[in-house]
Design a protein around this ligand. Structure first.
Ligand SMILES: C[S@@+](CC[C@H](N)C(=O)[O-])C[C@H]1O[C@@H](n2cnc3c(N)ncnc32)[C@H](O)[C@@H]1O
Length: 233
């Protein structure tokens, strides 16, 4: 590649900034939910074992205790859930365990045979109240017309993926809806995996329209106000 263009691209995408640490956003005064054991979590682990779901990757279990505490303390009882990035369905199964009587939309590009694995897992619990969208989050979100009470953002982890998913998701969240942003502890500035940087930039822009609930391995905010983003940007 032409040296000049390469230099410009490197500058734009900060390819060489992988070691810089992005600080935690100032709206998260403390992590409220570290520690206290939720008895439901032990039952969830038993449920996963008993049902014999097949997961090659488990990125969720160690976060479920805090999620369950948040759901209880903030009376989270969604009727419509959107999940961006479901892989083999661990988080989908977790929400099925955590809540009753709701509908889920899931979006994933489903590389290789992951859709088959996802469907095999949700079929174990005969999950019917679900729509599966095999597409990019970008494609789904620009065409979406629905509102949700809980949105879990766990799709592409690059800066542009995350910031795009967050801005659109926030638009589709009901007031008092919960936005869960996975992997907020990815604190590198490297644009390939800068979940925290993208989240912080998003929070700076939506400023006083949310309540910061938790930061750690994931971030949680509750939407408090609608915001017209194209006027702010
Ligand atoms: C970390 S995994 C999700 C894990 C899942 N929530 C769980 O509980 O196991 C990320 C998923 O996002 C999907 N993904 C990546 N980029 C995407 C995009 N642009 N649009 C939709 N899905 C995407 C991948 O296919 C992968 O399944």
């Amino acid at each position: 590649m032409n040296f000049f263009i390469k230099k410009k691209l490197i500058k734009l995408f900060n390819f060489n900034q992988s070691n810089k640490v992005v600080p935690i956003h100032s709206s998260f005064k403390k992590s409220l939910y570290e520690g206290s054991q939720n008895s439901k979590q032990i039952n969830f682990l038993k449920f996963v074992k008993d049902k014999q779901f097949k997961f090659n990757d488990n990125w969720i279990t160690y976060k479920t205790n805090i999620m369950l505490n948040i759901f209880e303390n903030h009376n989270i009882n969604p009727k419509e859930i959107l999940e961006i990035g479901v892989h083999e369905g661990f988080s989908t199964i977790f929400f099925q365990y955590a809540f009753k009587d709701f509908h889920t939309d899931v979006v994933d590009i489903f590389l290789n045979d992951t859709r088959k694995k996802f469907e095999a897992n949700i079929n174990i619990i005969n999950l019917k109240k679900i729509n599966i969208f095999q597409t990019t989050s970008h494609n789904f979100l620009v065409n979406n017309k629905k509102k949700y009470d809980l949105i879990f953002v766990d799709g592409g982890h690059g800066y542009l993926d995350v910031i795009f998913d967050l801005f659109y998701s926030f638009q589709y969240l009901n007031i008092n809806g919960l936005l869960l942003i996975d992997d907020y502890d990815w604190k590198e500035q490297n644009k390939d995996k800068s979940v925290r940087l993208a989240t912080n930039n998003f929070l700076d822009i939506i400023e006083d329209s949310y309540e910061a609930i938790h930061q750690g391995q994931f971030a949680a905010i509750i939407k408090k106000k609608n915001i017209i983003l194209n006027q702010k940007l």
